[in-house]
Ligand binder design. Sequence first.
Ligand code: PMP
Length: 435
Amino acid sequence: MSHVFPRQITAPPVKAVSAKGCYFTDEAGKQYLDGSGGAAVSCLGHGDPEIIKAIQDQVAKLAFAHTGFFTSDPAEELADLLIKYAPGDLDRVYFVSGGSEAVEAALKLARQFHIENGEPQRKHLIARRQSYHGNTLGALATGGNAWRRAQFEPILVDVSHIAPCYEYVDRAEGESAEDYGLRAAQELEDEILRLGADQVMAFVAEPVVGATMGAVPAITGYYKRIREICDTYGVLLILDEVMCGMGRTGHLFACDADGISPDILCIAKGLGAGYQPIGAMLCTKQVYDTIGAGSGFFQHGHTYLGHPTACAAGLAVVNAMFDRDLIANVNTRSEQLMTALREAFGQHPHVGDIRGRGLFLGLEFVEDRDSKTPFDPILKTAATFKKAAFEAGLICYPMSGTRDGQLGDHVLLAPPFIITEDQIGELVGKLQAAA
Ligand code: PMP
């Protein structure tokens, strides 16, 4: 009997014993193609000798050093590398152990940024419905997915949620894409004015919505307008690229495609590529200097900040992405996968939408393809599909709903960047076997 506390108590998971490249092997010797990189984590695939060596060398040299006393070479080098390629004025990197921690740090930084006479001034936070920003209480409160929040509502801090930018559901008949994007962005200005322009700390959003909507990018122009609105009212723009960042969408940072840069950027998953738990919060010089000139102390921290071994893994991962030109491969394989998915499922009676960017694609299941009537209840179809795919030897990640957080079912496809053309064929064949 297992003493591990599984997430789904009624259906504990199968035991994996090893993984190499794009495949897992379980204890019975069965192989599974990793079609989702866990949940958009394993960008380099599994068992990469270069990353393993970097970790082994670092463990032997300096496994851990508390940031209350020390920084380390891997933390310094990884920060330099990220800043070299980061958009806009991002200038400082705060290393944490995962996505929720990166978001928590961003929220606290936003609170401490708006300071006058030594006291934080602003208290409101705006995010979007249908978003996911993590499972710790601050990050959960920021997320706008009704199902994930439901049991915890009474203990969540108050966050305003505006509409996500999702034309497939919200765009009016006859409305141009551009007008729709501007209309969706206008909700931010309206909400800032409703709450009081000098009271809003930050707006938080995922450039490509992952876990709750299944790889939904915003309309061109939406984020440019969002950036303008934030600038007008001095509201910090926090972009959560925990899932969609680090090359996943075919750009190193997803917001590169939107032509804007945030004040604070959160990354995780692909940064450690599953080899080590690591996340990071990047902020601009202006934000950093403001905290420095204020209390000079960021009132937030965790034991494993800037963990040298995790940073060594991150450094090796980012270097490998560049050395092996993996982001170019994301774009090539993305086109192949999208074409194959459209051929296989474009006319399927229960597939409502196939969308996404790079190797970050969502397949939506609906009751009726023409009316796009969603399946009900939540997750049923995606969970059933995930199970059938697992039996066929494919890992794909089930997601919740596009509409109001209750309905609509998706699976996320986010294979490692090293996936080959043949493996794309295998992936789509296994999806068909599961359908
Ligand atoms: N933000 C986003 C956009 C995410 O997708 C996730 C994880 N799915 C998180 C934050 C939380 O990350 P973690 O699970 O590493 O805490």
